[in-house]
Structures are given as C-alpha cells and as structure tokens.
Ligand binder design. Structure first.
Ligand SMILES: Nc1ncnc2c1ncn2[C@@H]1O[C@H](COP(=O)(O)OP(=O)(O)OP(=O)(O)O)[C@@H](O)[C@H]1O
Ligand SMILES: [Mg+2]
Length: 373
C-alpha cells in the first residue's frame, strides 16, 4: 500500500502543502520546529482519525484559521482510494472515503494502514501499563475492526459494573445483578484477552528475530502478555473464561471495598525484556529504542500478513541514538516498504541510502520543497 500524494491545508503550521510521495523512501529534512512531525502526523490522522500527540482536534487546525483539510490519495491492492479529512473549529470532524461521507470516523480505520515510530513511543517501555495497552489496542484495531467494537463494549461494561460496586450494599438486588455483569465482563473480556495474547505472540515471532539481527546477534528480546487473572498463555477461550470468572467471584468483597473492577484486560500489561532483564529498568536508551523499533518492524510484517500489503511506515527522528550498524540494518530492512522519515541531519541518510529509490524534501516554516539530488 502506498500514499501517492497529499494535499494539506491549514494543518498546524502546514498552511498549504501539495506533495507527491515516492513509492519507496521519502526523507524530510528540517531544523527543529519546522513542521516535520506535523507532516507525519497529518498522514497518521488520515489513518485513524486522531493524533498520537496530546492535542484536542481544535489544536490541530492552524492557530489563525478555522478549518483544516487533509486529502490523501492511496493505492491499495491496485485500487486508487481517497481519504479526505475536514477539521473545523468546534465542529465534529468529517471523513470522506472515495468522496462518500462516513457516518463514524471509526469506519476509516484500516483504509490507510500505517506503522508509526516517534520519540514518544518510548513511552511504551518507560511509562505505565496504560501506554502499553493503548499501543496494543491501536495495533489490533487496524487489522481486526471487530476488536475496537468489543473494546468499547468492554469499557462500558467495566464502568457499569463499577457503578454497582460503588453502591453495592444500598440495594439487595445487587447480589443478583452483579452476576449478570460478571457474565458480560467475562465473555467480552475473554475475547479481548485472547486477541491480545494471540497478537503479542505473533508480534514476538517476528520481533525476536528482528531484534537479534538489529543487535548483530548479540542480544535477545523477549515480549510477553501479562494478564492479572493468571497465566493464560497457550490456553483456550474456555479455560480463560473459567479462571477469569473464578478470579472475580473470589475477589468480590475486595472489589466492593475498593469500589472498582480489579481483574480483567483493563488491567493487563506487556513485559518487554532484553537478555532476560526488564527493558524499563535495565536497558540503555539505544537498546530501548531498538526494542521499540523491532516491535514496530514486526507490526509491519503482521499487517502485511493480514492484508497482503505492507503499511506505510512513518519514522520520526528515529536514527538518533542508534549506532551505525543499527542504522544500517534499519535502512536495509525498509527497502521496498513506503517510508516517510524525518531528520534534522541528513548526512547519515545520504550515505545509507545511496542505491535507494528516494525523494529528499526540505521543510522550513511549514513549507516543503523537493531537493533534487
Ligand atoms: N495549531 C497550530 N497552528 C500553527 N502552528 C502550530 C500549531 N501546532 C503546532 N504548531 C507549530 O508547529 C511547530 C512544530 O512543528 P513540528 O512538531 O512538526 O516540528 P519538527 O520539525 O518536528 O521539530 P523537531 O525537529 O523539534 O521535532 C511549532 O513551531 C509549533 O508552534
Ligand atoms: Mg519533530
């Protein structure tokens, strides 16, 4: 899958941009604060309808304007497709797929597949389990639209169940009602746990080899899914359901006291280790970055397996902190996959991509130009 061209109007500092992208490598060079991440973000927004940064929709529109438009022309499985996204201050965003307005923005997910790596992704290792769950959720939603629906259902169930736990003893019928909510929780929760565990095992299959190559066969990566209902690896759905139900039935008093649902996929986590040691506490900056990179490259392989085409790869300032051999491996890996890469310093990339089909662009105060080379 490739993005053939982009038309951007008033997206952050990108006032008016029209770009034809190279089907292989696109390198955007610019100083700090010129709009490189904004450009990657504009492609990402056409993929899942929202930003990966901590901004409200209004903040994505240029400070001095009320409306922003992004148009992405895509070629997927030899079909030309188009996504148009319109953001208007204090209004609901509008998404058009091939000119037809979508009822829900969620329907766009899966059209423009992408894998993005930004410096913020280090949060997946460094921050709380919330970041790791967010990462898993976005990934699985791209390839399994049903997952996102189930996730929303599950969130509603947890919130309803929490309401009952909060006022448990004020109403005698709650003893019966909680059993109904337990069933809902366990049924949908089991599906989520199963999907997540399966996805992580798949990711691991690719990421372990990629990391090993990336580190010159010197280091070993391990990833595993951690559920707080117990060890569910290699277990079938009926087993997961059984231990999930047992866990919440056994801990009901505890939950009533704490007034929240304590067990289930809303509490699960991911363990990422290098050479047997948890990355979060023991890995160096470069090793952490390499681990995330290996996971992202593994994601590309999973998407390719699922949809039969590689997604577009968005790499924001990824080369810093990687040593030369890791940089070289990355650049070799992405050959043949449409990639947009941003950098403040193009010296490394110029050397590493000598025989590549590529476009260089400069970006300055939100204006983009081609560099002929
Ligand atoms: N809504 C907006 N309207 C106008 N400008 C904006 C808006 N939001 C952000 N900006 C501007 O965009 C610029 C940042 O762009 P961006 O994050 O793409 O920089 P960058 O080129 O990636 O820089 P770095 O190399 O530091 O990562 C900032 O100058 C910021 O003021
Ligand atoms: Mg940036």
């Amino acid at each position: 899958m490739i993005v053939k061209s982009l038309k951007i109007k008033n997206y952050r500092n990108l006032k008016e941009v029209e770009l034809n992208l190279n089907e292989d490598l696109n390198i955007f060079i610019g100083n700090n604060g010129q709009g490189k991440t904004n450009l990657l973000e504009s492609i990402y927004v056409c993929s899942i309808g929202r930003t990966f940064r901590l901004n409200s929709e209004n903040e994505l529109i240029n400070f001095n304007e009320n409306k922003s438009i992004i148009e992405a022309s895509i070629n997927k499985n030899n079909y030309d497709l188009k996504i148009d996204l319109i953001l208007e201050k204090n209004k609901r965003k509008q998404v058009f797929f091939n000119g037809v307005k979508l009822d829900k923005t969620g329907e766009m997910i899966g059209v423009l597949n992408n894998v993005i790596f930004t410096p913020d992704d280090m949060k997946i290792i460094k921050d709380s389990p919330i970041e790791r769950r967010k990462f898993i959720n976005i990934d699985i939603s791209q390839i399994k639209p049903k997952y996102k629906y189930m996730l929303n259902q599950y969130k509603k169930i947890v919130s309803q169940r929490n309401n009952i736990l909060k006022n448990f003893y004020t109403n005698n019928s709650n003893k019966d009602i909680i059993n109904i909510w337990n069933d809902y929780l366990v049924n949908i929760g089991t599906e989520l746990i199963y999907y997540r565990n399966d996805y992580i095992n798949n990711l691991k299959k690719y990421a372990v080899d990629i990391y090993s190559d990336l580190s010159g066969n010197n280091e070993m990566l391990d990833i595993s899914y951690k559920s707080n209902i117990g060890n569910i690896n290699d277990k079938d759905k009926s087993y997961i359901k059984k231990i999930f139900l047992e866990k919440i039935e056994k801990n009901l008093e505890n939950e009533i006291e704490r007034r929240v649902t304590l067990y289930g996929p809303h509490k699960d986590d991911l363990s990422i280790k290098i050479n047997g040691k948890e990355c979060k506490y023991f890995a160096s900056q470069g090793q952490q970055r390499s681990a995330i990179l290996a996971i992202k490259l593994a994601e590309i392989e999973i998407i390719n397996k699922e949809i039969g085409e590689y997604p577009i790869l968005l790499l924001d300032d990824v080369l810093s902190e990687l040593d030369n051999s890791r940089k070289g491996y990355l650049i070799k890996y992405i050959k043949g996959i449409q990639t947009v890469i941003t950098t403040t310093d193009d010296n490394d990339l110029k050397n590493l991509t000598k025989n590549y089909n590529k476009n260089f662009y400069y970006i300055n105060e939100g204006k983009i130009g081609n560099i002929t080379n």
